[in-house]
Ligand binder design. Sequence first.
Ligand code: SF4
Length: 249
Amino acid sequence: MTATGRVFKIQRWSIHDGDGIRSAVFFKGCPMRCAWCANPESWARPDNPDEVWELDRLMHELRRDEVFYRESGGGISFSGGEPFAQPAFLRAVAEACAERGYGTAVETSALFNWEECGDIVPLLGTVFADIKHMDAERHKRYTGSSNEKILENIGRIIACHPNVIIRLPLIAGVNDNEAHLEAVCSFILTYAGKSSQKVPCVELLPYHDLGLSKYAALGVPPPHFATPPRERIETFKRLIQNRGLCVLP
Ligand code: SF4
């Protein structure tokens, strides 16, 4: 029986989340509820039959831009929602992409069961993993979930994967302070020090309110957050570089 999954959007010609020209596959569903989520349709919109995709149909869709993946060094990005929340489908799509020689990348909150999903991690070309807050209480307050399993999984990903990028959403008044950035760097360096893999780079993602109109359309109260000032972001970049980590871009 062919694998089936829930996908709420396929975005062609994406140039984020990996090298070259990409198709981004947005998996429906997420175990978290980040207060600043830019893709609330991934968890707030009721399921509908159009979002159910069979593997063959999805691969047929992705093949349309195959020539561009090859010529640009691009490929397929798995986003969401949380791709690892549908492990059987993610595994099947990752394997099908590997068979066709497509590069792959995943964006993950890292909130998943390692026993169920750990074998998928090495199938993916690049892993973008988010750290939203190092403090357990503040993490739970702003995302609805503990950060314990997330940090444990990110440690495991760093241990086994050669191409990891740690993403830090920066939300004014929530996690945009030097002490937090120091804690993130210490965490990465501790796990990287125990790993034989390449040391992960860090990517800063300043909050944006581009998703606000989606909240209105979904009838969900919109978040009220602000972007840290540009000079603060530059300060954070220097702080991370001074700890010996690379910062993207
Ligand atoms: S993990 Fe990502 S998709 Fe899920 S709620 Fe948080 S920001 Fe939204």
